[in-house]
Write a protein that binds this ligand. Structure first.
Ligand code: BES
Ligand code: ZN
Length: 637
């Protein structure tokens, strides 16, 4: 098969257009978009108007936009008030807004203006009482932007934007703040073309503090100092390392916003205003890699974008790959600062990267064992699927391991690094699919005499086979310390035969030298091993006294694993304090990474009724996306 045939065959195996939009996006080019959003805290809605400057490249006689649970008030084309049709809604994708083009005008370039309002069914925004006043924020990825404003809701379409936010409280949106003298009005410009899912608005009692020469962090006043402390050590370092891996940061400033606790994700890469969960503010700087991840999206995702959610690995797989490169490079820097040689430091940096990859590999194994195999492919068919339902660690981990595999096969870091720069430069400001990725590999490596390496890769298997890929060879130095200790536990459990009076030969001093990630790995390892070796609930209930550091940790990564270990094995009941504390924690933690497995743990490990009752008690606190997912998880939908 020739290279051209190969590229074709990969392309033909996924949808030619984005199946998750009902718009006719492929017939237009969007030159510019003006979006005004006005927040009403009283009515708990956002009203707005959007003005699209379109070039009709596909000879279309109508413009079709996505909407979902939106009220459309008025439509104009080239200033002429126009009749429109809102199609019957379909559950996942919403109603298509059909705007026929008036026959009296020239159809080649158009200005389409729409006035609209969100409704109480809007899935993109959440209104609530913040710590110091009313608060609203949006979350549009993957296909919720259509619930905030009528749009071509596909990552295949990009546009420059001017945003105007109106609210009695401070507003942030996805761009650079501009001067304005109008009261209660905030204007932002986004000169780099971005897709609809990166459009965002937040309004509340927001304050800011500097965390780097080109970075501020925003939050409500009471947590501002803690937010600043958590990130100020790493922020500019992350930026400079990322710039040396890819190329200069193009967005001018990298600011971030720590949201209230109902924020459903760890982070979201809103251009110029990354959103972060408050669970990162744990006072030990162990969760800053989420910041590195969102920063890496400035290149992978925001400059270079997947053309549909079927190719989501191009966003998240690349981002995890870069995130781990950044974390490895930072470890190298810190080791060097301790006086180690360049070579030693580089080796240590790689060990740290590999340690992080190992935990990713464990996540990938777990997901492949438990998730619908249809969605464990690197490239999925999303026809008639809700991207929220197919979301998992797969695009993240399978994607980043695919890149790691290529890095190795193509000759290691030295050979792969120039490709990173080439790829991101080639596709910046664009959206692409997986076949264009392969095409670019050939374009870059063929002249370097590596066509044979690429020819020997089974692309079909890499992209379309479900389940685990070939196991990567990882440096396990840092993990081995953890495994050796964990194995002592396994041995003890096997030998003590669950004798309740046996002395437990473990104390917290054993793990005094463990660093952040090693603690998590240990608990994960014990979860996995105890599943197989039937440990007595009596012994499990001694654990909090043996490891008070874990039992009292405020860090969500520890808390979630620790409770999994105890609740799965300790035969706890709803009356136990441990269960009540855990229930209360997930009742106040909207980050889905913790809340969803938390409810499943209560459901399977304590009782179905208790899980459902707990959820009902806290239901209103959760973001609509999170609420829906938990309802599905608990079979309440
Ligand atoms: N873009 C994602 C969050 C997202 C994905 C929102 C899909 C909606 C739909 C963000 O960059 C992300 O991956 N966040 C992770 C952070 C982690 C991998 C460091 C998260 O939320 O856990
Ligand atoms: Zn991400």
């Amino acid at each position: 098969m020739s290279t051209a045939q190969l590229i074709n065959s990969i392309r033909e195996k996924s949808n030619a257009t984005d199946p998750c939009t009902r718009s006719n996006y492929f017939q237009f080019k969007v030159d510019d978009t003006e979006l005004t959003l006005s927040v009403s805290f009283d009515r708990k809605i956002i009203s707005g108007s959007v003005k699209y400057h379109l070039v009709n490249t596909g000879n279309a006689d109508e413009v079709i936009l996505d909407t979902r649970y939106l009220l459309i008030k008025d439509v104009k084309v080239n200033s002429l008030k126009t009749e429109y049709i809102l199609s019957e809604p379909i559950p996942i994708y919403g109603s298509a807004l059909h705007v026929p083009l008036p026959t009296t005008i020239d159809h080649s370039s158009l200005i389409v203006e729409i006035d609209f309002e969100t409704t109480d069914k809007c899935t993109a925004i959440q209104f609530f009482q913040g710590d110091t006043g009313p608060y609203v924020f949006s979350q549009c990825q993957a296909i919720h932007a259509r619930s905030l404003f009528p749009c071509f809701d596909t990552p295949a379409v990009k546009s420059k934007y001017t945003f105007t936010g109106k609210s009695p409280l401070k507003v942030t949106m996805s761009g650079r703040p501009q001067e304005t003298s109008e009261p209660n009005t905030y204007v932002f410009s986004q000169p780099i073309p971005i897709p609809s899912y990166l459009v965002s608005i937040t309004s509340g009692n927001l304050h800011k503090a500097p965390i780097g020469p080109r970075s501020d962090v925003y939050s409500e006043e009471p947590s501002l100092a803690a937010c600043k402390w958590e990130f100020e050590k790493d922020m500019e370092n992350f930026l400079q390392i990322a710039e040396s891996l890819v190329f200069d940061y193009e967005w001018e400033r990298f600011d971030s916003l720590v949201l209230p606790s109902s924020f459903p994700y760890g982070g979201m890469e809103i251009p110029n205003m990354t959103q972060l969960t408050p669970t990162l503010i744990c006072g030990d700087r162990t969760q800053t890699k989420v910041m590195a991840h969102e920063l890496a999206h400035s290149w992978s995702g925001n400059l270079v974008t997947n053309c549909s959610w079927e190719h989501f690995w191009l966003n998240e797989g690349w981002t995890v790959y870069l995130e781990r490169r950044i974390i490895g490079a930072l470890a190298k820097q810190e080791y060097k600062a301790q006086g180690k040689s360049e070579k030693e430091a580089a080796e240590y940096g790689e060990k740290v990267r590999h340690f992080n990859m190992l935990s990713g590999w464990n996540d990938l194994k777990e997901t492949c064992n438990t998730f619908n195999p249809k969605f464990t492919k690197l490239v999925c068919d999303l026809t008639n699927q809700d991207p929220d339902d197919t979301f998992s660690r797969i695009p993240y981990e399978k994607g980043s391991f695919f890149l790691f595999y290529l890095e190795r096969r193509l000759g290691g870091l030295e050979e792969f690094d120039p490709f990173i720069k080439y790829y991101f430069r080639k596709f910046r400001y664009q959206s692409l699919n997986s076949s264009q990725f392969v095409e670019t590999l050939y374009e870059f490596y063929e002249p370097l005499g590596k066509k044979n390496v690429l020819d020997s890769i089974d692309w079909e298997k890499q992209f379309f086979q479900p389940g685990l890929p070939e196991e990567p060879h990882l440096d396990t130095t840092l993990a081995d310390e953890v495994y050796a200790y964990g194995n002592k536990w396994v041995e003890f459990v096997n030998n003590s035969n669950n004798n309740e009076t046996a002395d437990v030969p473990f104390t917290e001093a054993d793990i005094a030298t463990f660093q952040g990630g090693q603690d998590m790995l240990l608990i994960d390892y014990l979860v996995e091993k105890f599943r197989k070796c039937k440990v007595s609930p009596h012994l499990i209930r001694k654990l909090p006294d043996i490891y008070p550091r874990y039992a009292t940790s405020k860090n969500g990564e520890i808390k979630s694993r620790w409770n999994e270990l105890l609740i799965t094995n300790g035969k706890y009941t709803p009356e136990d304090q441990l269960v009540q504390d855990f229930a209360e924690w997930i009742g106040h933690t909207g980050r889905m990474k913790y809340a969803r497995p938390g409810y499943k743990l209560l459901y399977n490990g304590v009782s179905k009724e208790f899980a459902v009752d707990t959820f009902k008690k806290y239901r209103d606190f959760y973001h609509p996306i999170c609420r829906t997912m938990i309802e599905k998880d608990l079979n309440l939908a």
